[in-house]
Design a protein around this ligand. Sequence first.
Ligand SMILES: [Zn+2]
Length: 177
Amino acid sequence: MGKKKEQSNTLGGQLCPMCRKKTLTLMESKLEVPYFGNVFVFSMTCSSCNYRKADLEAEEKKEPCKYTFEVKNKKDLNVRVIKSSEATVKIPHVGTMSPGPASEGFISNVEGIIVKFKEQVETLRDTEEDPAAKKKAKKLLKKIQKVLWGNEKLKIIIEDPTGNSAIISDKAVKKKI
Ligand SMILES: [Zn+2]
């Protein structure tokens, strides 16, 4: 799906910005995403210090945007999501993924996004010492699991000042910001 024309370049032996060794590998590929256009996907990984960064950018300049999408059934989980490192992803009452140095860009689907949030809540459940907060995390995980089974609704909001993010569905509500 959507990978009709994939071109990929890899460049090894580059200088790592973190450990200063020449063990950084750069990768760039160009993907064609239907209803969005061509997307350049970049990543760098260092085999010495495990530094990693990934991001993406649309070939065509996009307007700052905000997408709201309501997940209602299992089919909605397959909807494609493009997220740049500049995007803020919010699931009301569950959590927020903020932009910043640790933020990565990726192409996934709604299910992939929900699973990332689920992992955050699982960490909270396992590390939280306050019993009330632990209980709340457990309850939230049950709700997320129901969404992943297609039995419960959930809203996802993605806001990106660079416009390099999107939820590819005609049911997604797109607004300019
Ligand atoms: Zn390194």
